[in-house]
Write a protein that binds this ligand. Structure first.
Ligand code: TXA
Ligand code: MG
Length: 327
């Protein structure tokens, strides 16, 4: 059921549930998360079952503040400290060495752990209330079934999992795509998943350039080629290509939608148009909701104009490529 996340009594009840080892869905500034106490492998296992997520795919552990990270890592590398100092609370996940014996299931058995301190008042209140009940951190992947589009509203989550799950409503997520994930276990930071923080900002805070991912980098299942997929087939095209493809469609009433910055509506009739915002922040904010909406309207095909090559669009471009199944 959906409950008002700004209601203190609701937060207390949600924290009770987490402490008891039950699942609670909650808003963050990026996307909604499906949470369980991270220090309890049996509780965490419920997330994998409900999502249909392979158990070897590690989860991100959410903490109320920097001090909360100490329960999960024996030592924060200097690199991670710098990034955390610059961006927490906020849309940054750091991968650091895991404290032995803690949160093995959340980490998918890896010796590292992903840590993030979200900047959403409801998430923060929940994490503080949970910590007061002895819950060191909350493991939470995006609250969607494995491989599907991440949820950015409470209604999206309820639509995925039904009425039994407690979903704290905190409105539409401000940022709209998941946190940037930076591997901080080596000498150089590695960007495992782009988010809304640009590579340039991460490098400036780290005081070091980002290194490319190598074979030795930890696996990040969110970086599977096919992910975040709507039911409709999504194809990415350059603007001029999209315009000429529409030009040859004729009057056929295809179940086609177009999401584009530069192609005006009316180039082909019978095609649904959604205008992609000109600003990357706005595009990220609405991206998953637009994909879900078009799915809801029953289109079979979504043609999306490639976003600009500008680094500010890295996060959106990454999600669109994966939504297209890596094509
Ligand atoms: O914005 C976000 O990060 C959202 C909200 C809910 O906080 N969470 C999220 O979680 O996106 P999820 O489970 O959908 O994505 C987790 C990503 C995966 O790509 C996973 O591989 C990576 O984090 N990850 C977690 N722990 C890791 C580790 N120890 N090593 C490498 N990658 C890790
Ligand atoms: Mg996800």
């Amino acid at each position: 059921m959906i409950a008002d996340g700004l209601d203190g009594g609701v937060i207390e009840r949600a924290a009770d549930r987490l402490a008891a080892g039950d699942l609670v869905a909650f808003p963050t500034e990026t996307v909604y998360g499906l949470g369980a106490r991270a220090d309890d492998d049996a509780a965490t296992a419920k997330i994998f079952t409900l999502k249909g997520r392979p158990a070897a795919h590690p989860l991100i552990v959410h903490v109320a503040d920097r001090a909360g990270a100490d329960a999960f890592t024996a030592s924060m590398p200097d690199l991670a400290e710098r990034l955390v100092e610059a961006f927490w609370p906020g849309p940054l996940t750091v991968i650091v060495g895991r404290r032995p014996g803690v949160a093995a299931a959340a980490a998918g058995g890896q010796s590292t752990i992903g840590l993030r301190c979200p900047a959403h008042p409801v998430a923060h209140a929940l994490l503080v209330a949970a910590a007061a009940r002895g819950v060191a951190g909350v493991a939470a992947p995006s609250a969607n079934r494995f491989g599907r589009v991440s949820p950015t509203t409470a209604a999206h989550v309820a639509g995925e999992f039904g009425d039994d799950l407690l979903v704290l409503d905190g409105g539409a997520c401000r940022l709209g795509i998941e946190s940037a994930i930076v591997d901080c276990t080596g000498e150089w930071p590695v960007l495992l998943r782009p988010g809304t923080l640009t590579a340039a900002r991460i490098e400036a805070a780290a005081g070091r350039p980002l290194a490319g991912a190598t074979q030795a980098s930890p696996r990040a299942p969110g970086t599977l080629d096919s992910h975040y997929a709507p039911r409709a087939k999504l194809r990415l095209m350059a603007g001029p290509m999209l315009r000429s493809a529409l030009g040859v469609l004729g009057q056929e009433a295809l179940q086609l939608a177009v999401y584009s910055r530069s192609v005006p509506s009316g180039v082909a009739t019978g095609v649904r148009h959604r205008r992609m915002p000109a600003r990357p922040e706005q595009a990220a904010h609405e991206l998953f909701a637009v994909l879900r909406e078009l799915d809801g309207e029953g289109v079979h095909l979504i043609w999306v104009e490639e976003p600009p090559a500008d680094p500010e669009w890295d996060g959106v471009r990454d999600r669109l490529r994966r939504a297209a199944g890596g094509l």
